[in-house]
Design a protein around this ligand. Structure first.
Ligand code: ITT
Length: 194
């Protein structure tokens, strides 16, 4: 049995990742451990912030853990909001304000291409491992759907006509950046266990 902390305060992420965990794992969330302090995301890249989040929790707990950082990269905006996805419209981490800002910036833009990028950093017995997942798609002209979180209501993954917010969790996981990165993590852990 491998016990791992998932170093996130975002319960939506936990909900998406838990059903993907096939194998002999026991996942603890930060809230289960009573660790409620904000984890800093001080860097300018998704990659560095994923590493930092895992590092902070590993140092604090001494337990094996993984963290992930995700960003929405919009082609016509030069990769924005990217690493600033959570705080695009300000420090309040307000999903609706972030979407308003994004749709405003995309007004009149015909190039709607975008992608979600997830980087997972695993720290296992002090060693660091990185896994990534990308989901290409397009930005809609207005919100559609009520499910999910973040930018889900304005993102249509390639291969579907629905936004992520119009999909239930299983359907989102067919396409999602997070599922792809998590699968790489699971494959790695399952191989290592043998
Ligand atoms: P943790 O750092 O505690 O894990 P967070 O919500 O701050 O949680 P991120 O920095 O990784 O997580 O995410 C940045 C933002 O990107 C997040 O607040 C959402 O607005 C958005 N986001 C991330 N994953 C998403 C997804 O699958 N669908 C839609 N938006 C997503």
């Amino acid at each position: 049995m491998t016990e791992l902390i998932f170093a996130t305060h975002n319960e939506n992420k936990v909900k998406e990742v838990i059903p993907l965990l096939t194998g002999d794992f026991f996942i603890l969330s930060l809230s289960q451990l009573g660790l409620n302090e904000d984890i800093p995301e001080p860097y300018n890249t998704i990659y560095e912030n994923a590493i930092e989040k895992a590092r902070v929790i590993y140092e604090k707990t001494g337990k094996n853990c993984f963290a992930e950082d995700t960003g929405l990269e919009v082609h016509a905006l030069g990769g924005e909001p990217g690493v600033r996805s959570a705080r695009y419209a300000g420090e309040a981490h307000d999903f609706e304000a972030n979407i308003d800002k994004l749709l405003g910036k995309m007004e009149g833009q015909t190039d709607r291409r975008a992608r979600f990028l997830t980087i997972i950093c695993l720290i296992l017995d002090g060693e660091r491992f990185i896994f990534d997942g990308i989901c290409p798609g397009t930005i809609t002209f207005s919100r559609r759907g009520e499910k999910g979180f973040g930018y889900d209501s304005v993102f249509v993954p390639d291969g579907s006509l629905k936004t992520f917010a119009e999909m239930d969790l299983e359907e989102k996981n067919l396409f999602s950046h997070r599922r792809k990165a998590t699968e790489k993590l699971i494959t790695f852990l399952n191989k290592r266990d043998k």
